[in-house]
Design a protein around this ligand. Structure first.
Ligand code: GDP
Ligand code: IMO
Ligand code: MG
Length: 424
């Protein structure tokens, strides 16, 4: 059986959590493969909203197993809070949530290094979520990191102390002051580790490959989005992992020839949180309408998200880099009421019109060209099948399908699990 992937095609927050939850009934295993608590995946059902950061979005279903893969970075402090939220809702996760021994741990001092790095950059800061993601992946690739499997060793605390010591020295290299109480941070970290130990630590690549052989169905859940990918995103304003399809292979230990469907999720417009270029960003009433109707505030940091028109140049790039086989369009309901809509169909890059995503999309190099579409007035949020969708919305979708060559198989018309229209 193949492993299907679900990935964000923009700058994150496309609605991955919602759709993983919707699709979980069709899968035996849901597996996160990269990122960490920088992610905020929102699920709404039965009148309750849940936000998950590290735990896979299949956790609310009784049937599915949930795996945190080797490519993920785990902060035990945040993980503990997520588990406590599940406790509140009486979700039995102990038999359903498995953690890779090879996943790296975010230490409190990784968070401090993230803060120091961002502060010292001043205006040039990445706008990171300050969860310690960059420093943890740096320790991973630098071969200094601490992994979940280390917690099973007698001397894990010595490893922790040595790495913490090193980080404290590194902090002194920054020309900024970061306030902290190391004893408190350490006590909180150890409480997090104690909670984490209630879960099964596994060799997740072995578990998943055996599951493939046993013909189990697996859905890999991406975090962030393709334009935040460390290689293919808008570097340096990116995250520190491969958010694109290849990241699922390295982040789970699953071979490329085992990948089946690649579901690419995008919003009907575009948002970005944090710094970095955004060619179709709006600074007018239209952008404000998207932000207020779409409640565009970060699920992890609460920061307002920047909003703009759909960027088809970037979307086609993400479709190619990921090998997307099905598209899923989110938040079309937010665009109801606009007289006309725009989709960016080409860039003018250093004086020449181009339709591919170039090396540098900083505003000084790029201007955008739009194709206009007629808007629709109808409220989509109560619609349940595609026959009800307004013609102008279907034209908007048909244009995207024609330009990308990929069918849009799900149209999401609201945040609730039920507000999801499947298209044949
Ligand atoms: P993720 O990080 O990709 O899982 O996305 P987030 O949860 O960070 O952000 C998506 C936001 O949009 C959340 O607040 C969702 O509840 C909400 N949402 C998801 N799909 C829809 C939709 O079709 N319409 C509307 N109005 N909101 C949606
Ligand atoms: P989900 O999974 C949106 C952004 C940050 C910042 C940059 C680097 O919910 O879609 P980091 O903390 O990773 O070093 O920050 O990436 N970012 C996200 N933006 N959604 C996310 O995750 C994000 N995770 C990181 O805002 O610009
Ligand atoms: Mg999010």
């Amino acid at each position: 059986m193949a492993v299907d992937l679900l990935l964000g095609l923009q700058w994150g927050d496309e609605g991955k959590g919602k759709i993983v939850d919707v699709l979980t009934k069709d899968y035996d295993i849901i597996a996160r493969f990269q990122g960490g608590p920088n992610a905020g995946h929102t699920l709404i059902f039965d009148g309750t909203k849940h936000v998950l950061h590290t735990i896979p979005s299949g956790i609310f279903h009784k049937t599915a197993m949930n795996v945190v893969g080797n490519g993920v970075v785990i902060d035990p402090v945040i993980f503990k809070k997520e588990l406590e939220n599940l406790d509140k809702h009486k979700i039995d996760y102990t038999s359903k949530l498995l953690i890779s021994r090879k996943a790296h741990l975010i230490l409190p001092t990784h968070r401090l290094l993230d803060a120091a790095s961002e502060t010292s950059k001043g205006k040039a800061k990445i706008g990171s979520t300050l969860k310690g993601i960059g420093p943890t992946y740096m320790d991973k690739t630098g071969r200094n990191g601490m992994r979940v499997g280390d917690l099973e060793l007698e001397n894990w605390k010595e490893k922790y102390d040595a790495l913490t010591e090193k980080h404290l020295k590194m902090l002194q290299f920054f020309d900024v002051q970061v306030e902290f109480n190391l004893d408190e941070l350490e006590a909180e970290f150890i409480r997090g580790i104690d909670k984490l130990r209630n879960l099964q630590f596994i060799d997740s690549e072995e578990y998943l490959n055996q599951a493939i052989k046993a013909k189990k169905t697996i859905l890999a859940e991406g975090a962030q989005g393709s334009l935040l990918d460390i290689d293919f995103g808008t570097y340096p304003f990116v995250t520190s992992s491969n958010t694109t399809a290849a990241g699922a292979c390295t982040g789970l230990g699953v071979a490329p020839n085992k990948i089946g469907e690649v579901y690419g999720i995008f919003k009907a417009y575009t948002t970005r949180v944090g710094s970095g270029p955004f060619p179709t960003e709006l600074f007018d009433k239209d952008g404000e309408t998207m932000a207020s109707v779409g409640h565009e505030f970060g699920a992890t940091t609460g920061r307002p998200r920047r909003c703009g028109w759909l960027d088809l140049v970037a979307l086609k790039y993400a479709v190619d880099v990921n090998g997307v086989t099905q598209l899923m369009m989110m938040k079309g309901d937010v665009l109801s009421g606009f007289e006309s809509l725009k989709i960016c169909t080409s860039y003018v890059y250093q004086g020449k019109e181009i339709t591919h995503f170039p090396y540098n999309i900083e505003p000084e190099n790029i201007s955008v060209k739009y194709t206009e579409f007629k808007g629709w007035k109808a409220d989509l949020t109560g619609m349940t099948n595609q026959e009800q969708l307004p013609k102008n919305l279907l034209d908007y979708i048909a244009f995207i399908e024609q330009e990308t060559g990929v069918p849009v198989t799900i149209v999401s018309v609201g945040p609730d699990r039920k507000q999801t229209i499947t298209r044949k």
